[in-house]
Design a protein around this ligand. Sequence first.
Ligand SMILES: Nc1ncnc2c1ncn2[C@@H]1O[C@H](COP(=O)(O)OP(=O)(O)OP(=O)(O)O)[C@@H](O)[C@H]1O
Ligand code: SF4
Ligand SMILES: [Mg+2]
Length: 404
Amino acid sequence: MPTTDGPLLSVRDLVVRFRTHDGTVHAVNGVSFDVAEGETLGLVGESGCGKSVTNLAVMRLLPKPAGHIEGGEIRFEGIDLTKASEAQMRDLRGSDIAMIFQDPMTSLNPVLTIEEQMVETIRAHRPVGQKEARDRAIELLRMVGIPNPELRLRSFPHHFSGGMRQRVMIAMALALEPKLLIADEPTTALDVTIQAQVLELLQRLTTERGTAVILITHDLGVVAGMASRINVMYAGFVAETASTPVLFAEPRHPYTVGLLHSMPRLDSPEGEPLIPIEGTPPDLRRAPVGCPFAPRCAWRLPRCWEANPSLQPLVGGEPIVTTGPGVTHRIACWNPPTADEARIGRPLREGFVPAPPPGAAGTGAAASGTGGDVVVFAAGGDGQDGGTAAAGHSPEPAAPGRRS
Ligand SMILES: Nc1ncnc2c1ncn2[C@@H]1O[C@H](COP(=O)(O)OP(=O)(O)OP(=O)(O)O)[C@@H](O)[C@H]1O
Ligand code: SF4
Ligand SMILES: [Mg+2]
């Protein structure tokens, strides 16, 4: 297999669409990111923002016949997976790239015992006999904390609790020591104690083996302790990317600011209220026009309705680092909140109101992030909101974004 000195995984301008009876779903709209050997990348964002689909595309397991990769490159160790044959992909899946799926029951076969499934998986990728594969399965089940693994091998998936099934999934994913492990909401179905155990296990195993991980979750708390870097996704785009400490301390995309204000944090002052991000993500059956977050954004400018900003470094003039702890902080935003605004969760510029949709100037619909004590991230639904009659009059503060 060809290798490169570049990142283990390099995704560039990935576009995924679903052709359905209801129209085309614009699920992933030009996503780029890299993952280096041994690092853990967190992928967060609300439901439907394209986290799973991005990674199913990497695995080339998009639901057929609707799902298609319609553009971009996915390079794994230098090979463009968008062009790999099915046979090549079968070899890669499980041996080099493994995925823990969002719902373990959908990826474990209910009519086969754990032994049959694990032994078959191991033997499909390694030239080992039945006994050796079985011993390996036992070792892995023990490693993920399943008691009496010899006995439990004979169980069917429905004999396990949710937490134990997740462990079996992790054991199966790790069976072949993949170079890249994609964990899609590995702990969502679990109670908090088991969740912590499973995450700790995942972290330990991947640290010991130097496995690269893409950890997908809607929960920023989960990635905080696990991932060294975070990509925040919205409506099939990456809205912000930074190292984990930087993203938590200095979020600069309004959506990330919203996410952080909507979740409990240990470092928040006592009694500080949580502020949900109002409104809903856009309907992905419509082709994206302008910034997809505009209908919910308190910082939006008139141009936000028309032009979608690309992901750009906050500080220009330096080479862009795409992996590792020194990763360049990048956002896709025309009008990023200042540090003070990010902290408080709303624009603080005097007289600023979010720009109403084109043609809605003067309709006077209530909307703003300036409403006294009321902090507003959103202003109604898609195309229905609007500022006061301030269209085009919003002060455009010096924004670090230099979009083209
Ligand atoms: N089989 C499919 N057919 C049509 N649209 C689909 C299909 N699978 C996913 N989508 C759409 O693709 C978009 C992205 O979905 P995806 O599953 O990646 O979201 P997600 O970020 O993983 O959300 P969640 O947090 O709920 O798992 C959504 O709009 C979803 O409705
Ligand atoms: S300020 Fe504009 S570009 Fe930035 S998130 Fe808000 S709507 Fe999008
Ligand atoms: Mg998902």
